[in-house]
Design a protein around this ligand. Sequence first.
Ligand code: PMP
Length: 448
Amino acid sequence: MSQIIYPTTNLKKPSNLVIERGEGVYVYDNKGNKYLEAMAGLWCSSLGYNNKELIDACTDQMSKLSYSHMFGGKTHQVGIDLAEKLTSMVPMNNAKVFFGNSGSDANDTHIKLLRYYFNAIGKPQKYKIIARERSYHGVTIASASLTGLPVNHSNFDLPFEALGILRTDAPHYYRGALENESEIEFVDRITNNLEKLIIEEGPETIAAFIVEPITGASGVIVPPPGYYEKVQAILEKYDILFWCDEVITAFGRTGNDFGSNTMGIKSPDLMTLAKQLSSAYMPISASLISGDIYQALIEPSNKVGVFGHGYTYSGHPVACAVALKTLEIYQRDNMFDDAAVKGDYMQSKLQKLNAHPLVGEIRGKGMIAAVEMVANKKTGQAFPNGDIGHYAMAACQRLGMITRAIAGSSLAFCPPLIITTSQIDEMIFVLEKALDETLIYAMKNNLI
Ligand code: PMP
């Protein structure tokens, strides 16, 4: 026990795994046990642990300028350099970037940027945001309101009504399709629902639609082919901005540089980045907007005054230096292409577990995946609660691997991008053993 209030934890159960150090793709606890970190922490430690170049970038910047801010006319070179590199990488038109500290606050910033923008162009009534069921966008009051998971709403009186968050379908065919509905029919139905929602609410009141190109915390949902094409056509028709939350999917995670590219999304108007932006060596996030939106904010004739938003640590120079080095390493080492090849390998190895009696669906792209366990393989019937997921996660941990139980009964996989193919084999080997142990547990407890 300790004096800590633990995040995203059942506070009635004490936390007991004390992680002490990390090296490459492995972490070690205070008893010397070694674990393969198959989740890269919380989908973030892309370059693994104890990367000397990132440590040097950090300490060099600390010696040079440990802190400076960006309020009211000040800036610094490492922040300018990071903004230049980052905006040259993202699949957006003439992007501009605001720096923050976390994915949650970056999404809050975007909500405020949207309001500021529509006030600037004289459309203050255009403030509502469409988000999907089972999405994850963070846990601040505003970003938790965007999030579509009950656990982040209940007991917090969320979503916060004044934000005007509208909800549309999760694009998960396996769980969301009607009986005998094809993938094409499913996509047609849920995109028609989106259009109906827009018409009912009034397009003139809706600012943006936010998506994770491939979801993370809600179960690694990969939308069926054609989904984003239809969504983008609808948004264009009704003049609604498209906002990609790429906090997990950016920087080589999904088999391309950005998840938007993996999913065939055409230049989003807004993009949120964090996590792998600095390989999680320092907290930093980025809220990016297109050049067109930015242009409206600096128009001398617009109706808004000072952009009254900013964090003490917006563009923290040490975080910027580490992020800049991270991006340089990604490019220098061709890491996105490399991750795409290893991602294909990981997905094909995982698919071999499809025959396991406990496995209902294996889904993912590149270096992100989820294995969903079901009570009835034939019908896909879900387990009644998250028990099995937690049992399987604990089994993995006993066997020397860290994963996460998500979306009830799925195990998530999101290893550091530096993982080797033999370490992927090790990951699959442990998973298979853990699934076998979990099957025995399920049978003994009449859960299957
Ligand atoms: N958006 C997405 C897609 C995320 O996965 C997360 C975190 N898992 C967030 C936003 C929130 O980021 P943070 O935890 O850094 O606030």
